[in-house]
Write a protein that binds this ligand. Structure first.
Ligand code: TRP
Length: 314
């Protein structure tokens, strides 16, 4: 048994980048599954504000500070139990940037070349006739290594994230494996223990949740400015934002295709299987988009009212 392995699948860890106001994608991808896992018996949880990651996307300190406060408030409102969970700022842990460098030195540059976010930036540049790396910072390039350090520093077993982050978790595993292979023997000799330096982490993905689409159908992301905020602006803002979800132009009475509808995909992330089947059937039978939006609004409201403290709904 690994010396620093604290038991099967016991440690759960996740972070949220502090660049914007928390949205439904953060909630279904990270917050809801992480809080559920933190309540399992025998689990140790580590949830953090990824403010070093924020520097890759934003150079505005006021924005990062505000986001950090909003995301912290959201975790607490949604049921984080500070007695059971270690809750921290990434930038308070000096060992994370330190470990980042040690991992950098065992990470193949080719691995980072294949990261989706970096590749997307390069593809965009090439399509625009620019230099392949135009506007790409070394920070963006190194993003997966910093994320690996976040996870490996705590030897986390399970990492609740949205599907778009699976590649990053796989990279963390690759990096851990490489480090274990290169330095495992020296580590065992120096520390006088058995086992590997690093646990290989696994992504924890909610089966019912595909990558949550945003208003325009692309992944819900601050970077695309297509998010539905969780609390900002309260009920009114939630209703208004849901009203802006893009749908096709089929009129009430015309059959609609749920598989093509991101409104339906968002609904599914909040609804039970029965509720989802009911909306599916109603859309096929011609339910109007306006009414479907009202159903989504009510379902999200109900979930937030049930699971999250009402005090934050200002
Ligand atoms: N990359 C994650 C996101 O943008 C945030 C993050 C940073 C993270 N470090 C992490 C998530 C470590 C899980 C584990 O959503």
């Amino acid at each position: 048994m690994a010396a620093r392995d604290t038991g099967p699948r016991r440690r759960v860890l996740t972070g949220i980048t502090t660049t914007g106001t928390p949205h439904l994608g953060n909630y279904v991808g990270a917050i809801r599954p992480a809080i559920a896992a933190s309540r399992e018996a025998g689990v140790e949880s580590f949830f953090f504000l990824a403010d070093y990651h924020a520097l890759i996307k934003s150079d505005d300190p006021a924005r990062v500070r505000r986001s950090r406060q909003e995301i912290a408030a959201t975790w607490l409102a949604c049921g984080l139990d500070a007695e059971r969970v270690v809750f921290y700022r990434q930038s308070d842990i000096r060992e994370i940037p330190e470990l980042t460098w040690l991992l950098t030195c065992v990470t193949a540059k080719g691995l980072l070349n294949r990261a989706h976010a970096y590749k997307a930036a390069v593809d965009q540049n090439i399509a625009a006739g620019e230099d392949a790396d135009a506007g790409v910072s070394a920070g963006l390039y190194m993003y997966p290594v910093l994320m690996a350090a976040d996870i490996l520093a705590f030897n986390a077993h399970r990492v609740p994230v949205g599907r778009d982050q699976i590649q990053h978790i796989e990279m963390a595993r690759d990096i851990a494996q490489r480090f274990n292979h290169l330095h495992g023997a020296a580590y065992r000799a120096a520390a006088g223990v058995d086992g590997e330096p690093f646990v290989l982490p696994e992504a924890l993905i909610e089966e019912s949740v595909a990558t949550l689409p945003g208003l325009d159908g692309r992944k819900m992301s601050k970077s695309y400015d297509n998010t539905i905020p969780l609390f900002e602006g309260g009920e009114r803002r939630l209703r208004e934002t849901i009203a802006r979800i893009v749908t096709d132009s089929r009129a009430p009475g015309e059959p609609k295709d749920p598989a093509e509808s991101h409104l339906y995909a968002i609904y599914r992330a909040f609804a039970s299987a029965d509720e989802a089947r009911a909306l599916q059937a109603d859309l096929i039978a011609g339910l109007g988009w306006g009414e479907a939006k009202q159903r989504l609004f009510e379902r999200v409201e109900r979930e937030l009212a049930r699971r999250c403290a009402s005090a934050t709904r200002a």
